[in-house]
Design a protein around this ligand. Structure first.
Ligand SMILES: Cc1cc2nc3c(=O)[nH]c(=O)nc-3n(C[C@H](O)[C@H](O)[C@H](O)COP(=O)(O)OP(=O)(O)OC[C@H]3O[C@@H](n4cnc5c(N)ncnc54)[C@H](O)[C@@H]3O)c2cc1C
Length: 385
């Protein structure tokens, strides 16, 4: 692939070996038992994978974003739950890199980079999912700090994380312009972890509720400017959607690999099922869609590396690859026939795990809104000229 240089290919080969030895063997157990992917976390920390976006001066292992995509794609190919330890570290650390002051970056990023503390991004609330600007958690100035009250749900790494970037309204009269971000550490009085959800897929990833009851944090825990944090959230998501796209690529590739191998091996009507055109065409379509998704994802990563705007391209990559992952996993089950429906065959896990990809970090419909708005706004501007 033209996007990749020899360094990328070398990195890909190196991590494939590590993943096959240290992550892939645990994927089935993580799915069946719902246990947290500790082995993957250990490997990710040891290899510097949880710090691929953090510059060296903050204790990180900064790589280009294309390398980040390759990493997440390869881990997702083995185990989507395990890849979440890397995407979660990204999501929890990106707001510090986007808006943190030097003290905040020096204090928290090395802890996240070295895996000493995990981090979470807490935006979603029971009444504010796609419409994130409608959050109703509040932060009111008091005694040199802020008192936070509110309820967050669907928060990745809930309970596992030590550092939470929490979005709350400092001005209830404003919508997005009234939102601020706060660093809240586990154990802060008034901050409690609620229930952890039972899910249909990515069973090793923790998703849970957070409760804030008169939770006081000092003023130095305000991340970025007061009232300007909606932009921090959106910029974080712009970047991290590229890595959700990479998760989709990895899962889809794993499903295609398994299905193609099965199609070559399984004999029906006296010939491998791959020789039946109906099956052969499915394999072709799966591979073509994955390739298209990979081009979009790597293009978005390369744009981010070049410091270019990525909102539209990241949304396109996330939308396309997450939908592709679902379609490919569906077809993989189909190619496996009845066996695809049985526990113990990996395509059954891919089918369930894929489902989250079109939901978290903005649903497919929201990606379409983002893409459509950018295109129509550009046209409106042109028409005004
Ligand atoms: C496993 C998991 C992990 C998550 N991790 C995190 C996390 O770490 N931090 C965090 O803050 N959040 C997290 N989320 C929350 C996630 O981002 C939200 O679930 C998602 O944004 C959708 O919000 P919602 O579930 O409230 O759905 P809703 O917003 O209620 O949407 C329901 C349906 O309506 C559609 N819809 C809504 N508005 C429109 C519109 N304007 N036009 C067309 N269709 C629309 C949606 O696309 C969807 O199909 C996670 C979710 C999951 C499932």
């Amino acid at each position: 692939m033209l996007f990749l240089n020899s360094g990328h290919i070398e990195f890909q080969e190196k991590i494939r070996k590590i993943i096959s030895e240290q992550i892939a063997p645990f994927a089935k157990k993580i799915d069946e038992e719902g246990c947290y992917p500790r082995e993957a976390l250990q490997t990710a920390v040891k290899e510097g994978w949880t710090a691929f976006n953090i510059p060296k001066e903050y204790g990180g292992n900064k790589k280009d974003n294309l390398t980040g995509c390759i990493l997440i794609e390869e881990v997702s190919r083995a185990c989507l739950s395990s890849s979440c330890v890397i995407t979660m570290a990204f999501l929890g650390s990106a707001p510090f890199l986007i808006a943190g002051n030097e003290n905040q970056k020096m204090r928290y990023l090395p802890l996240i980079a070295k895996g000493e503390k995990a981090s979470s991004f807490a935006l979603t609330e029971p009444h504010a999912g796609s419409d994130a600007g409608a959050i109703s958690s509040t932060a009111v100035r008091k005694d040199g700090g802020y008192i936070i009250n509110g309820h967050k749900c669907f928060i990745g790494n809930a309970g596992e994380s030590d550092i939470y970037v929490v979005f709350a309204k400092t001005d209830l009269n404003q919508k997005t312009r009234g939102i601020s971000a706060f660093i809240v550490e586990k154990g802060t009085p008034g901050f409690k972890i609620g229930s952890i959800a039972k899910k249909m897929g990515i069973n090793g990833q923790r998703t849970g509720e957070l409760f804030f009851e008169n939770c006081w944090v000092p003023e130095e825990n305000l991340l970025g400017e007061e009232g300007r944090a909606f932009r921090i959230a959106m910029q974080t998501l712009d970047q991290s959607r590229i890595f959700i796209a990479a998760q989709g690529l990895g899962l889809a590739q794993a499903a295609l690999d398994a299905a193609a191998r099965h199609a070559v091996d399984r004999i029906q009507f006296g010939t491998p099922i791959a020789e039946h055109q109906g099956v052969m065409f499915k394999i072709s379509e799966m591979a073509t869609n994955i390739h298209a998704g990979r081009l979009m994802t790597y293009d978005a990563a390369a744009l981010l590396d070049a410091g270019m705007p990525v909102t539209k391209e990241a949304a396109m990559a996330k939308y396309y690859t997450s939908e592709t992952a679902n379609k490919v996993a569906y077809q993989a089950v189909q190619i496996f026939g009845g066996r695809g429906f049985l526990k113990g065959f990996p395509v059954e896990r891919y089918y369930r795990d894929a489902r989250v990809l079109t939901l978290y970090e903005g649903t497919s419909e929201i990606q379409n809104l983002v893409i459509g708005r950018i295109i129509t706004n550009e046209i409106k501007k042109e028409m005004k000229k």
